[in-house]
Design a protein around this ligand. Structure first.
Ligand SMILES: Nc1nc2c(c(=O)[nH]1)N[C@H]1C(S)=C(S)[C@@H](COP(=O)(O)OP(=O)(O)OC[C@H]3O[C@@H](n4cnc5c(=O)[nH]c(N)nc54)[C@H](O)[C@@H]3O)O[C@H]1N2
Ligand SMILES: Nc1nc2c(c(=O)[nH]1)N[C@H]1C(S)=C(S)[C@@H](COP(=O)(O)OP(=O)(O)OC[C@H]3O[C@@H](n4cnc5c(=O)[nH]c(N)nc54)[C@H](O)[C@@H]3O)O[C@H]1N2
Ligand SMILES: [Mo]
Length: 768
């Protein structure tokens, strides 16, 4: 009788054991210490299904024939030809050498943004950068799609991005001390399922239960009522999307109008308050910013805003802001305005008071204190980067100037793109614009386990194993444990681990020894773990088991800090704990931004009309699109897994809208709708939902782009065919995905099931 092996493993959505019998996965069990495991763990079996896996190295026919002179419009439709690993590695190394020598290493784009697997050793983007650094360098990226405008403005105003990186007040202190909690965006187990690098325990629900038990007044400011579980008993303030800065400023202005702002806190702990106060009182522009002003812009009730301002002053109040709010045009402003409001109230640095910014599972949870395991990327020989979401601008405008954090730089002349562990045809905005830009580089290499939309648009495709086909280690700066991610099944087809692939290419480039340092997989895991263990012991006196004991047990606790109140010491003595900002204090009026004079990022927190918002909607069927994170998967990963499929309807993604809107437009529940604007169009299945604010349509991200014939219509429901590719501002240059108007209408024609259409398209391109 065959025995079942239980193999410990971890993904961004948590830890689990894979049950393996006769080399096949027969079950998945959650980590026993996790109080609220994610349903996505049940989807990992999908990695062992070859349907969408890349099984061998492949090269686009047109590229193989004509190399850098190929017809690049063939990307995405040309057939692929199988090659050996030796041939593939030689081709890739040859291109790195050719482009580096002819145009300079800045012409190789190796930013390679993406979440890849949670393993910290086979971490594809890090290994790519390590290899390219040894080979002469590359153009990289700064910040993330998750947060860019946010950290840029916080680094300037607080001197660090700790407050949005998981080091603001921890949720345990909020659960015990806060009396009024104002949530902008979400506090949702949906998004808290995931943490970059994995996590052992999902704790958000426990803290929310404690808040509910204590009878804390919770106000949810969001276009979506289910952005917080209903049992929390929050009041729902269905704000017009992208107008949060106006609400925050109106609350602050109301307090100032009553003369009740904390003058002592503003004086001792802030700089430039005069500028902000002048904006609030209207001495600057003649408009008083108060509850009435905010009500007009946000669509909320004037009296409720005025009352809330009073209550935030009178009780211990905490403001939380989701990262989503800064993933929008002028996204710097809601982050800065929340800080301005918290400073006016004056509770920053008190337990359960002030402001924090978060979204992932580990944000607000106790944070890791010791050095988390990470493979070194080595020294960068050249300093070339772009703000992460400016990829299309870079490809379309070589040599053009861009600004970032007050500096002016120039885009490189990109000849080669190497993407490993990310999916730009998932994550980037305005995919039709990206598609045009995608024809510009001479050579595109994609390394991924799956035939993603991006892989299908590459010249050279390198099949990586998924994490369950190799050994790795999980754990990150917000993780409570480190986990052994043990190999559960044999590699599929001829796929190889990311480390093996890069070792091979590094060898071709003559830097193999520098890349591997003579170590194999298990040697590296030992080194990375021991590095963290020694740091925990030396700096914190925290004992972790040695590597062999850890590997045997499958997990080890990591030292964490709980009960943390952000800026407590600074509040006590601002001079002794000066912040690394232009004034040493919290910046509410900025000398730097005053000098820069950007119209889209002024010198104090402000409400600026977004590029698109409901205030600009002209037609009765125009909606604000909220393309939020999918509940049943991580981005585009495991899209065909059971947790993801369970939330699809009629062969595509669900678009939720308010029944009143749906009835008005004769859109039946369960019917197919077309969402479109001047940038693109997609189909989705309409679902009536009272939890969605009228005027808003919600379409999650992550459907695999599936164009219907040559029509350009995406039938799977990928919202990035619709979203605008505009920067948040000249200062932050972040992604603005949550700023988007779309038209919605019934779709009468028939269209194929998206999964079947994807499979057919793939078979035509890459029969193996
Ligand atoms: N409209 C809209 N767009 C958005 C957002 C939004 O809110 N709205 N959110 C944005 C945000 S916050 C983010 S973080 C991005 C996410 O964007 P991405 O991080 O690019 O999305 P993923 O689907 O996680 O892509 C990871 C890729 O890595 C591959 N992969 C998995 N494991 C491995 C491995 O072991 N090795 C290799 N080589 N590859 C592997 C997967 O197959 C997948 O193709 O999307 C952004 N896009
Ligand atoms: N299940 C699952 N969890 C995930 C991910 C995933 O793909 N799947 N991705 C992870 C990643 S990479 C990240 S960065 C985080 C992101 O976490 P968030 O940025 O918090 O996630 P979103 O789902 O984009 O947005 C949260 C909510 O913000 C609200 N919102 C949107 N626009 C506005 C606005 O203008 N005003 C207000 N008040 N609310 C608004 C929407 O209703 C939305 O549901 O999630 C992580 N968690
Ligand atoms: Mo993200």
């Amino acid at each position: 009788m065959a025995t079942i092996r239980r193999v410990p493993h971890c993904s961004h959505w948590g830890a689990y054991s894979i049950l393996v019998e006769d080399g096949a996965i027969v079950g998945v069990e959650p980590f026993e210490q996790d109080p609220a495991p994610s349903s996505i763990i049940q989807s990992v079996k999908e990695w062992s299904a070859p349907e969408r896996r890349i099984l061998q190295p492949m090269v686009r026919e047109g590229w193989l024939r004509s190399r850098e002179g190929s017809d690049r419009t063939g990307r995405g439709s040309d057939r692929f030809v199988a090659v050996s690993w030796d041939e593939a590695a030689a081709l890739v190394a040859g291109e790195i050498r050719r482009v580096g020598e002819s145009f300079g290493p800045a012409s190789i784009f190796g930013g390679s943004y993406g979440w890849t697997s949670c393993g910290r050793f086979h971490h594809a983007p890090s290994l790519l950068k390590r290899m390219l650094n040894l080979a002469g360098g590359y153009t990289g990226h700064v910040d993330t799609y998750s947060i860019a405008a946010g950290p840029v403005i916080l680094r300037h105003t607080l001197g660090s991005d700790d407050a949005c990186g998981g080091k603001a007040n921890t949720l345990d202190t909020i659960a015990e001390h806060t009396e009024t909690l104002v949530v902008f965006g979400a506090l949702s187990p949906r998004t808290a399922q995931n943490e970059a690098g994995g996590l052992g325990t999902h704790t958000l629900e426990g803290h929310l239960r404690r808040l509910a038990e204590r009878g804390v007044r919770v106000v949810l400011v969001s276009p979506l009522r289910d952005d917080i579980p209903d049992w929390v008993g929050a009041e729902w303030w269905p704000i017009r999307p992208n107008t949060d800065a106006a609400l925050m400023i109106g609350l602050a202005g109301e307090i100032v109008k009553a003369g009740r702002h904390d003058r002592d806190f503003l004086e001792r702990c802030c700089s430039g308050s005069d500028r902000f106060l002048a904006y609030l009182t209207g001495t600057q522009d003649g408009t008083v910013k108060d509850a009435a002003w905010a009500a007009e812009i946000t669509g909320l009730d004037r009296q409720s805003i005025a009352d809330l301002a009073g209550q935030m002053l009178a009780t211990r109040s905490m403001i939380t802001v989701s990262w989503a709010l800064q993933r929008a045009h002028h996204g710097e402003q809601p982050f800065w305005a929340a800080l301005g409001l918290a400073a006016i109230i004056g509770q920053i640095g008190l337990p359960g008071g002030g402001v924090g910014y978060g979204s992932l599972g580990g944000v607000g949870a106790p944070f890791a204190m010791a050095k988390s395991p990470a493979v070194p990327q080595l020294k960068r020989p050249i300093d070339s980067f772009i703000p992460v979401a400016r990829i299309t601008d870079m490809l379309l405008q070589p040599g053009a100037a861009f600004t970032y954090q007050g500096e002016t730089r120039h885009y490189p002349d990109t000849r080669m793109v190497y993407w490993a562990g990310g999916n730009p045809y998932h994550h980037h905005q305005d995919l039709n614009r990206l598609a045009e830009a995608w024809t510009r580089p001479e050579t595109i290499v994609v390394q991924d386990p799956n035939w993603t939309a991006t892989a299908r648009r590459a010249d050279i495709v390198l099949p990586a194993t998924s994490s369950i086909e190799r050994n790795d280690i999980a754990g990150n700066r917000r993780s409570d444990f480190v986990f052994a991610m043990k190999q559960a099944i044999a590699p599929l087809g001829r796929s190889r681990s990311d480390f093996d692939i890069f070792s091979m290419i590094a060898g071709e480039l003559g830097v193999g020894d520098g890349f591997t340092e003579g170590r194999g997989e298990m040697d590296w895991l030992r080194v990375l773990y021991e590095d963290s263990r020694q740091d925990a012991a030396a700096r914190l006196g925290f004992e972790m088991p040695d590597f062999d004991a850890f590997w045997e047990a499958g997990h080890a606790r990591f030292p964490v800090k709980d009960n943390h109140t952000y800026l407590a010491a600074f509040r006590e003595d601002p001079a002794a704990h000066a912040l690394p900002t232009e004034s040493g204090r919290i910046v509410l009026g900025s000398d730097l931004l005053d000098r820069l004079g950007y119209a889209d990022c002024p010198a104090h927190p402000a409400w600026l009309e977004p590029y698109e918002w409901l205030g600009k909607a002209e037609a009765p069927n125009q909606f604000h699109l909220v393309s939020h994170q999918p509940a049943g998967r991580l981005h585009s990963q495991l899209e065909t897994g059971p947790a993801s499929r369970a939330l699809k309807r009629g062969g595509r993604e669900q678009a939720r809208l308010n029944p009143a809107d749906a009835d008005r437009l004769a859109i039946a529940d369960g019917s197919t709708i077309r969402l479109w604007n001047e940038r693109g169009a997609c189909l989705a299945t309409a679902t009536h939902a009272e939890t969605v604010r009228p005027g808003v349509v919600v379409l999650p991200t992550g459907a695999w782009l599936t164009p219907h014939g040559n029509s350009g219509l995406d039938i799977a429901g990928n919202p990035n065919i619709l979203t605008p590719d505009i920067p948040t501002s000249s200062f932050g240059q972040g992604c603005s995905a949550h700023t988007c108007l779309v038209y919605v209408e019934p779709y009468a024609a028939t269209a194929p099931d998206a999964f079947e259409a994807y499979a057919e398209g793939l078979a035509a391109q890459a029969a193996e």
